[in-house]
Design a protein around this ligand. Structure first.
Ligand code: TXA
Ligand code: MG
Length: 320
């Protein structure tokens, strides 16, 4: 076991808060995936995030804050942003808003943009850590660049155990895919990345269907928008209706249960998309570790969290 791995006791969270204030790196659970946290106000600390992850470029990071009041110190909230924040926070929604004059999030954490991505996570350990740090915590997913996002502390140990100061173990994450990202920079909110808050839930708050920027934007703002970001080593074959020689199977609702496979995981035998999202990254990791040359993935419905699941799977399947 790695020495940096600590059970998330009050005492460990207090020490982690001190580590963050001193410019260290702490991985912590959120309700979506584990984050790799650093003091968002410190360019030196933020630079360590990029180094530890081995990111090919400086991508803007999400600043995690304790509540709406803290978020309003960092960003300017128009009516839509306020409605979304009140409806979803704490929870798996990230809002991109114009930078406030009172902001503390540094340039490097924003990749030089004059906007900032903010979210209040719905996880007791995460929120206690942000309180202990006493400042916004910049945190991308706690995996090496190009690997799948971690949904358990053991995944973080595998990817970053020898590169960071502490990993707070708060058990497996509940949602399992990253937060939904909505830009509230213009008059109309835009969906930048599908995730843990569904399009349907957002429509109920806004009163209209949100338009997607993810595929149309000429410049990929996000690593999550680069083709092969969520990439296991094995090739990924989508919408499979069979399992071929040497393939592992990622099933949904028992569609491919009749086929012999090197390894097989069903994301949700009962076809529950929330359960499937929770299991997604862990399952990809396990099937990849089985050594199979390819992973055959059963068709997954595109409604609710299925949109985020299919987005991640398409990236995992992209040529690289
Ligand atoms: O669930 C999550 O969101 C997790 C947990 C740890 O909170 N975090 C996460 O962070 O997925 P990361 O760094 O993997 O993704 C951050 C995304 C990127 O796609 C980035 O481009 C986008 O947020 N982003 C950040 N600031 C932005 C900005 N100012 N404008 C547009 N996109 C921005
Ligand atoms: Mg990530």
């Amino acid at each position: 076991m790695s020495a940096v791995l600590q059970s998330a006791t009050n005492e460990a969270i207090a020490r982690a808060g001190t580590l963050l204030r001193d410019g260290g790196l702490v991985a912590f659970p959120t309700e979506t995936v584990y984050g790799l946290g650093a003091d968002a106000a410190s360019p030196r600390a933020v630079a360590k995030i990029y180094a530890a992850k081995g990111r090919p470029s400086f991508n803007p990071l999400i600043a995690h804050v304790a509540d709406i009041a803290a978020a309003e110190q960092e960003g300017v909230f128009n009516d839509a942003a306020q409605a979304l924040a009140h409806a979803f926070w704490p929870g798996p929604l990230t809002l991109v808003v114009p930078l406030a004059t009172t902001a503390s999030v540094c340039d490097l954490a924003r990749a030089g943009l004059d906007s900032v991505a903010l979210r209040v996570p719905a996880n007791d350990v995460a929120r206690a850590l942000i309180e202990a740090a006493g400042r916004p915590v910049a945190a991308p997913s706690a995996n090496r660049s190009g690997h799948v996002s971690p949904t358990a502390a053991s995944h973080v140990v595998e990817d970053l155990g020898d590169r960071i100061d502490m990993i707070l173990d708060g058990g497996p994450t509940r949602v399992g895919v990253e937060s939904t990202i909505v830009s509230c920079l213009g008059d109309t909110p835009r969906l930048l990345r599908p995730g843990g808050a569904s399009r349907e839930a957002i429509r109920r708050v806004l009163g209209f269907d949100i338009a997607s920027d993810a595929e149309s934007s000429a410049r990929p703002l996000a690593p999550g928008m680069l083709a092969s970001h969520y990439a296991p080593r094995a090739k990924v074959r989508l919408n499979a209706c069979d399992a071929r020689e040497g393939e592992a199977v990622l099933d949904f609702g028992g569609q491919l249960a009749v086929f012999k496979a090197a390894a097989r995981i069903d994301l949700s035998p009962s076809r529950d998309l929330v359960e499937a999202a929770t299991n997604l990254f862990g399952a990809l990791r396990m099937l990849d570790a089985s050594g199979a040359r390819a992973i055959a993935v059963a068709p997954i419905p595109d409604n609710g969290l299925g949109e985020a699941i299919n987005d991640r799977l398409r990236r995992a399947a992209a040529e690289r």
